[in-house]
Design a protein around this ligand. Structure first.
Ligand code: 6R9
Length: 571
């Protein structure tokens, strides 16, 4: 299949020659950029914030925050002082290195201060997305034996404090009235705390952040990352996110998800970037308004958001001045080629897809700015990363063969534990020397990687292996289709047949004719065997709160099977 390539766009990039960098790169060189390389004293919060106070970045804006009612800005110096204070608040409560402190907060400046202060005492941050309900909160606090939680009175009703013997302290942001035993007012404690603080120096391999992620069965897994991850956060921020001194960077992910911490806290601030945070829910107009208002230059978002904006139409875009933008990135799900073409058409930007996972801690495969883009491909491995397609025995497969997407072990931000579950951790490393991602993909002759689906999602229909993403991408090219989720449905004759769940764009109604037309569209545009035999129209598709279409849920519904852990599903 001949693939169109999108040429490199003009600009001044940090990484100018991918092949050369790939050939010569050594992670050890990145270490020299950190203060601890000289002093031996290390802490993520120091490198991300305090270190800049010794430079011209001291009074530079680190955080530009707004929601429906607040509008604030914080310099690196201010964040340093506030997080020192919060460090003292925690220390006064007896919280120390290695303790787990959860942050269950809407996206507000207090969330960021809490995360940084927690790191400063050497404790491990457990970020929780604000939409989690009680059962999800309980699972995570119980599993990690968290000693403290920072939350709001509104969210507190979902924290089953009495059932969690390890949980000693509830720090309430915005508390009104009487506090109960074990509760602390964030504001009062911050007012009492001094900003003189001795940061807790830690080891590179000490725990830093615990991100819970769902598997398809069983309880969520606690993925532990260590301070050493900063090496990768710094360098990918330079070469993939392409952060430069005058950038205004907007990562739209919530810190409840790994993108919202690795690239919504650590990477940008390690690089001394000014970051925009938008709280609350907002409309397509608000997305563009945010770019216009803050003159956002680098925008990191997700396919679900781009598809939503694409669905809102190109007319809306014309009402805004988006000329500040210089770099756009996407992660979280396959980026449909249609969306890439829309990006070019609608605002004249290449959207740079990149691939990584909660478990990998940082970006691993990406479309780099200095590289041609093949729409639908996630790009090439980061320098220092060896990625391959392997079979179940660990043999590398030749180009264009679908298999397990695997990474040679030992990159800086790799997870170090699944919390209190060594057996689960080991499952990722069953093929010696490799981290097996659970994603299936292939690599083409030019070294570009193409995502096909989660291993469990790959469809085998009449002996043909079909990646659901390819079918979904074709489906969303159809003018009536807003989003599509594709699964394999067991079939006595064909092994599996392809079934598509489709939500329609505004102005389209389900009908037999439309179904037939969509089927024909896939048949003619992709392959006859890839055309969905069954189509079901739905108002909405089941998605994670971070916007991923949950194929395993579609499949469970279809087959009347248990749906597994649903704590990450949208309401
Ligand atoms: C960072 C993040 C990881 C899973 C991953 C894969 C999917 C992420 C993707 C992508 C296709 C991309 N995924 N990026 N699929 N193309 N560029 O999203 O972490 O929430 O743990 O999800 O997301 O299936 O295995 P996480």
């Amino acid at each position: 299949m001949k693939v169109e390539k999108i040429p490199v766009a003009p600009g001044n990039f940090n990484l100018k020659n991918y092949d050369e960098a790939y050939a010569n790169f050594d992670w050890a060189d990145v270490e020299k950029e950190f203060t601890w390389y000289e002093t031996g004293k290390l802490n993520m919060a120091y490198e991300a914030i305090d270190r800049h106070l010794l430079t011209e970045r001291k009074d530079k804006t680190a955080l530009l925050y707004s929601d429906a009612v607040r509008e604030e800005s914080y310099s690196f110096a201010q964040l340093s002082e506030l997080s020192n204070k919060f460090g003292n608040v925690l220390r006064n409560l007896g919280i120390a290195k290695g303790d787990r402190v959860f942050v269950f907060m809407p996206r507000t400046p207090e969330l960021y201060v809490s995360v940084l202060g927690t790191l400063k005492v050497g404790a491990i941050v457990g970020p929780l997305f604000e939409a989690f309900m009680e059962a999800a909160v309980r699972d995570r606090l119980e599993n990690s034996e968290a000693v403290a939680i920072v939350t709001t009175p509104a969210l507190l009703s979902r924290v089953p404090v009495k059932d969690l013997p390890a949980l000693k302290h509830v720090i309430l942001v915005g508390a009104k009235g009487e506090l109960e035993e074990g509760q602390v007012s964030f504001e009062a404690a911050m007012a009492d705390a001094t900003s003189d603080f001795e940061i807790e120096w830690v080891d590179r391999e000490d725990g830093m952040i615990l991100h819970y992620t769902s598997g398809s069965t069983g309880k969520p897994k606690g993925v532990l990352h260590v301070h050493n991850a900063m090496i990768q956060h710094l360098q990918t921020g330079k070469w993939i996110v392409d952060l430069q001194e005058n950038d205004v960077y907007w990562c739209t992910a919530d810190p409840g998800w790994v993108t919202g911490t690795s690239y919504g806290i650590f990477s940008p601030w390690l690089n001394g970037a000014t970051m925009v945070v938008r709280g609350g829910r907002f409309t397509p107009e608000d997305w563009y308004k945010t770019i216009e208002k803050y003159k956002v230059t680098v925008w990191y978002s997700a396919p679900t958001a781009f598809r939503m904006l694409m669905g809102a139409g190109d007319e809306v875009i014309k009402q805004f001045d988006l000329s500040s933008l210089r770099h756009v990135l996407s992660v979280g799900e396959p980026l449909n080629p249609e969306v890439v073409y829309w990006g070019l058409r609608a605002f004249n930007h290449r959207i740079h897809d990149n691939w990584w996972m909660t478990e990998t801690g940082g970006q691993l495969i990406s479309n780099f700015r200095c590289m041609e883009i093949k729409p639908g491909s996630m790009g090439k491995p980061f320098p220092g990363i060896y990625a391959a397609i392997i079979d179940d025995q660990g043999n590398e497969l030749p180009p264009n063969r679908m298999g397990n997407l695997a990474i040679r072990t030992g990159w800086p931000a790799m997870m170090r534990q699944i919390w209190s579950n060594p057996a689960k951790y080991q499952e990722y490393f069953n093929i010696p020397g490799w981290y097996v991602s659970g994603d299936s993909a292939y690599k083409d002759e030019e070294g570009y990687f193409w995502f096909q689906g989660r291993i469990d999602d790959v469809i085998n229909t009449s002996g043909e292996r079909v990646g659901p993403f390819e079918v979904e991408s074709k489906l969303v090219e159809h003018p009536a289709v807003a989003e599509a989720g594709v699964i394999g449905k067991p079939d006595p004759v064909r092994g599996e047949i392809i079934k598509a769940f489709i939500s329609l764009r505004d102005g389209f109604e389900p009908s037999e004719e439309l179904m037939e037309d969509i089927r024909k569209f896939v048949k003619e545009g992709l392959a006859a065997h890839a055309a969905p035999r069954e189509i079901e129209f739905r108002d909405k598709l089941p998605k994670t709160r971070s916007g991923k279409i949950m194929r395993r849920v579609l499949k469970a519904w279809e087959l009347g099977l248990p749906t597994g852990d649903l704590s990450t599903m949208e309401d």
